[in-house]
Design a protein around this ligand. Structure first.
Ligand code: ZN
Length: 346
């Protein structure tokens, strides 16, 4: 059942990298659309870099979802680019998130491996795409960080029932013969987004921070704290695990995926910092209508991104998927974070 240890084709990745380098980053992104050139009504679409081998979709099971064994009693369910996991104890099933995209797949997958019912649900964070299938599991024990509870309360959303237990720093969850360590590394992708460590399964789950094989989504999916995303990577990198559950895209991760994602995130941060230091913003205020501060900042962001983007493409286009899709806007996110969050310890 497990596909976790499939090694990516390094030769394939290197080949892609050399093609991308030879073609130049701009031509990879701004290709011509043949239909448009032929005069049809189809609007021109940008071309994107091909996915590296270890970022491509994996085969689904016969029922349209993927069930991977993570550890002796832990499993992951993946479908439609969304992922959650569950742990089977001798007293019941502990579910880690209830994504609406897996509303059918999760109960089906659980019933394939155990006849025990779901007794506990851990919310990774408050985002609807990971927990708004929760109500379907009925009146069970729901555990979340206190900030996740506050965010859910503010939404007044029946699909996200309130947690019945909350914590702030650490929470040890023991259900029968299973033990999970829940911990909070501080605000990151979202305030309240936690790490779930299952030592007996040699696995951990943290959602929307490390996406195995992939570069970050747009603005890290509305990241509450970009420095916090870096700090969360630091914490994940220290865990003694074999398998990592990231919550999105196509496969499970390994400690190497955490290491690579951390390297990318720090690289983007450091290259943006260099570009910001080399690009004084004052010059752009003279290029726009007096008082149009937004326009001046837009020009400044463009100048910063023009410096960082080619550097990141050259180093990362062949290593992670989607680098050419959202990196430019993530440079803007990082530049804004460096102005506003102004962290001193990174
Ligand atoms: Zn999220």
């Amino acid at each position: 059942m497990s596909e976790v240890t499939n090694a990516p084709s390094r030769r394939g990745l290197l080949k892609l990298g050399s093609i991308a380098a030879a073609a130049g980053a701009a031509s990879v992104v701004l290709g011509n659309n043949p239909a448009s050139a032929a005069g049809t009504a189809t609007p021109a679409q940008p071309k994107f870099a091909a996915l590296p081998a270890d970022a491509k979709p994996l085969p689904m099971g016969p029922d349209g979802y993927r069930l991977d064994r993570i550890g002796p009693e832990m499993f992951a369910v993946t479908a439609g680019g969304t992922q959650s996991a569950f742990v089977v104890s001798n007293r019941g099933v502990i579910l880690l998130d209830a994504p609406p995209a897996l509303a059918k797949a999760l109960p089906a997958a659980i019933s394939k491996v155990t006849s025990k019912r779901v007794t506990h649900l851990v919310y990774s964070h408050h985002h609807a795409d990971h927990i708004s299938g929760a109500a379907a599991f009925g009146d069970i024990i729901r555990i979340a960080h206190a900030d996740t509870a506050r965010l859910i309360r503010a939404e007044h959303d029946k699909t996200r029932p309130m947690p019945t237990r909350t914590f702030t720093d650490r929470y040890s969850l023991t259900v029968g013969n299973q033990h999970l360590e829940l911990s909070y590394p501080g605000p990151n992708h979202e305030a309240g987004n936690i790490i779930v460590h299952a030592p007996r399964q040699r696995a951990a789950l943290m959602i929307d921070v490390v996406l195995p094989g992939w570069s970050p989504f747009s603005a890290w999916g509305t990241a509450d704290s970009v420095p916090g995303v870096l700090r969360a990577h630091d914490v994940l990198a220290k865990l003694d695990i074999d398998t990592f559950v990231g919550g999105h895209v196509h496969r499970l991760g390994t400690p190497k995926d955490i290491k690579v994602s951390r390297e990318f995130t720090y690289d983007l941060w450091n290259e943006t910092r260099k570009a910001v230091a080399a690009t004084p913003s004052a010059q752009f205020f003279g290029q726009v209508e007096p008082g149009n501060n937004w326009a001046a900042f837009k020009l400044w962001y463009n100048a910063v991104a023009d410096k960082v983007e080619p550097v990141i493409y050259r180093k990362w286009l062949h290593r992670l998927a989607g680098v050419d899709v959202f990196t430019r806007e993530n440079i803007v996110t990082v530049a804004t974070s460096q102005m506003l969050d102004a962290p001193k310890d990174l």
